[in-house]
Design a protein around this ligand. Structure first.
Ligand SMILES: Cc1cc2nc3c(=O)[nH]c(=O)nc-3n(C[C@H](O)[C@H](O)[C@H](O)COP(=O)(O)OP(=O)(O)OC[C@H]3O[C@@H](n4cnc5c(N)ncnc54)[C@H](O)[C@@H]3O)c2cc1C
Length: 355
């Protein structure tokens, strides 16, 4: 059974699909709640509907790393996107960190800016990271190669479920409606018809904040559901990870909370063929890899939680934001490719501006 470590936001928002909405956001993860926050600041009335509860999806099941950039190193990102675009990606994710945390000021979101450590798993990754250090510094980013790992002192971590809750707490009454599963989105001449079973809503604009689940509503959107698995332990008395660690091109990651619990995840690369799925149950195969990794880190505390979540991967590795082709008044804010905590707040800002 999937038992995420993070507690769901405690406040419940039971509700129904409204008959009418200026803007209807579908999906109550970090993308949806960030959209609600940005639209409210622009005095745009929006309603958010979520099929289960807030942070039910990947947003309540992730590792809570706030890293600058994408999974690949800066040097690979430059090869893939070009220097200027790679620089923008690092800049926007750094800004995402600052602005998102600022939006939750005064609330407990478990945020710590301890920095991060990117640990190469082999020679190829090591060379990439050494090259990335220079490229990042040339482009004005504060990083340091210490001889064995790349350190970014501005990275951080948080409790992702509390982050979603902090944004939701700032929403107007009735703006969030849980337990509403949208079954169809049909653009009309001047509005969009949204169905949730028998109920119908006439929406001026619809924003899909449904990440991996987007193709279930709009099959033309190219987002690949991709499972990621994690474990968490009881408090460990020794320090095994003073800062969050990311390794093997993002396929392995672990961190330790201030209270000692170790959270470790990834190892999807050992079983690619089984992980392109909507099934969010942990598997024996990957869980045993995670157990071995805990042993390698000399973690003695017992495992208390095992879970999986569904990420939404795009072909470019970058989020999809803006109008959906061929669907007037329907927008996307999705496809965060395993880095939604690092991207979604700023992507939502861009989409709110476009709306
Ligand atoms: C194990 C794991 C570890 C990760 N670690 C990190 C990390 O450390 N740092 C990081 O930046 N990212 C990480 N990620 C990725 C990150 O969690 C996601 O990119 C991010 O949460 C996506 O947020 P979202 O709001 O777009 O999607 P989600 O949180 O998945 O939210 C989408 C919501 O839409 C709802 N929905 C879908 N269809 C419908 C419908 N038809 N009607 C109504 N509601 C619907 C779903 O119920 C869901 O709640 C990780 C992901 C996983 C699974």
């Amino acid at each position: 059974m999937s038992t995420p470590f993070w507690a769901p936001p405690p406040e419940r928002h039971p509700g129904e699909l409204p008959d009418k909405a200026d803007v209807l956001i579908i999906g109550g993860g970090i993308a949806g709640t960030s959209l609600l926050w940005h639209l409210a600041r622009r005095r745009i009335d929006a309603v958010l509907v979520e099929q289960h509860h807030l942070a039910w999806g990947a947003s309540g099941r992730n590792a809570g790393f706030l890293l600058a950039g994408v999974a690949s190193s800066y040097s690979e990102a430059i090869q893939r996107y070009g220097r200027e675009k790679a620089r923008q990606v690092w800049e926007i994710t750094s800004e995402n960190h600052d602005r998102m945390v600022e939006a939750a000021r005064g609330m407990d979101i478990g945020h710590r800016r301890l920095g991060s450590s990117i640990l190469p798993a082999g020679d190829e990754e090591r060379d990439r990271l050494i090259e990335s250090e220079q490229l990042l510094r040339d482009d004005g980013f504060e990083v340091r190669w210490d001889g064995s790992r790349l350190l970014n002192p501005r990275d951080g971590e948080l409790d992702p479920s509390k982050m979603v809750a902090a944004l939701a707490l700032q929403a107007k009454g009735q703006a969030i409606r849980e337990g509403v599963r949208v079954t169809a989105v049909v653009p009309r001449r001047r509005s969009v018809l949204v169905r949730a079973g028998e109920a119908e809503c006439d929406a001026g604009v619809v924003i899909l904040a449904t990440n991996a689940y987007t193709p279930q509503l709009v099959p033309s959107v190219k987002i690949q559901p991709t499972r990621a698995q994690m474990v968490a332990t009881a408090p460990e008395t020794t320090v095994v990870a003073p800062v969050p660690v990311y390794s093997n091109f993002g396929y392995r990651y672990w961190r330790q909370l201030a209270t000692g619990e170790v959270l470790l995840g990834g190892w999807r690369d050992t079983s690619f063929e089984t992980e392109n799925t909507y099934d969010d149950e942990p598997t024996a195969e990957i869980q045993s890899q995670l157990d071995r990794a805990l042993d390698d880190l000399r973690v003695n505390a017992r495992v208390t939680h095992r879970w999986a979540g569904t990420m939404g991967f795009t072909e470019t590795g970058l989020p999809l934001s803006g109008a959906v082709e061929g669907m007037p008044n329907v927008y996307l804010c999705a496809g965060f490719t395993g880095h939604g905590m690092a991207f979604a707040f700023m992507t939502a800002k861009q989409v709110a501006e476009a709306v």
